[in-house]
Design a protein around this ligand. Sequence first.
Ligand code: ZN
Length: 161
Amino acid sequence: MSQDVTAAFNFEELDELYREVILDHYRSPRNRAPVPNPHITSEGQNPFCGDEVAVQVRLEDGRIAQVGVQGRGCSISVASASIMGELLKGKTLEEAQRLSRRVREMLQGKPLSPQEREELGDLEALRGVSKFPVRIKCALLGWMTLEEGIQAWRKGAPSQQ
Ligand code: ZN
């Protein structure tokens, strides 16, 4: 296949409303400040696109109390990680992982129930990305990085404080 799959992604093909949500998070990513003394820290890269993300989570009473997300790269990766940070607050790690699975399913094109759509909130803006397989990695980077951090923390890996 000689076609450049990256170039095949056309931002204009996303619905206008979704485009605005993505651009808003890309231009002003939420929760950018690093969290002091985090329980969970993780960094991830998507070499296909050059995206990078760092995630910190601080827990209180078994719930996510503080989130830091520093993303660099394309609009899809930065926006997805920014929306993730907003959705994580107040959730247990199990709830966060369930949401992560949901995002993956959405990006694989699985139809969602109204309740599942509500759980996803602004993330639904990324649904159109499912048509562009190369960009799915961009949209999942923050979530995969979070999951790796959760797994490492559960195994008792020393945090990098
Ligand atoms: Zn990307």
